[in-house]
Design a protein around this ligand. Structure first.
Ligand code: CMP
Length: 141
């Protein structure tokens, strides 16, 4: 029996602003160069129901209506990434929510100037990764 735990998985959404700006390759490349594995990838356009489920904790917030309009407004790329401590590692690579405040060297810090159009979403805990992976990639176990 192995004593090491299996690698974690996380869900990443490369948001419609990144697709529009031609940054999908740049963003995936940062994850690959870090050494993370790309287990699944799909281009999707969020509909209203998926947006409300994905962002269930935000639906009552003032910023939700424009966030929903943005996230349903064009295609995005959904990824499943895996690797050692992947949830925290990916949060570090993408940087703080507000691109104006995110540290240089992070995806948002280098490439975004917005609190809403911040290029990437990533699961923020093991519980949210489990929930979001089931929502976006129900075929994966
Ligand atoms: P994300 O990591 O996808 O999680 C929730 C999203 O809501 C966040 O990235 C931003 O796109 C958006 N968001 C969070 N806070 C604000 C805010 N104060 N104003 C506008 N958009 C926000």
């Amino acid at each position: 029996m192995s004593s090491s735990s299996p690698d974690e998985r996380t869900l990443v959404l490369i948001k419609p602003d990144a697709v529009r700006r031609g940054l999908v390759g740049e963003i995936i490349s940062r994850f690959e160069r870090k050494g993370l594995r790309l287990d699944a990838m799909a281009t999707r356009t969020m509909d209203d129901a998926l947006a409300d489920e994905h962002y269930a904790e935000h639906v009552d917030k003032a910023f939700y209506p424009p966030l929903k309009a943005f996230m349903t407004g064009g295609p995005l790329v959904a990824l499943v990434l895996s690797g050692d401590d992947v949830i925290n590692v990916v949060r570090g690579l993408i940087g703080a929510t507000d691109g104006r405040k995110a540290a240089a060297g992070t995806i948002r810090g280098d490439l975004s100037l917005s609190n809403r159009e911040n290029l990437v979403h990533a699961s923020d805990s093991a519980d949210s990764a489990k929930r979001e992976l089931a929502l976006w990639f129900p075929e994966l176990d």
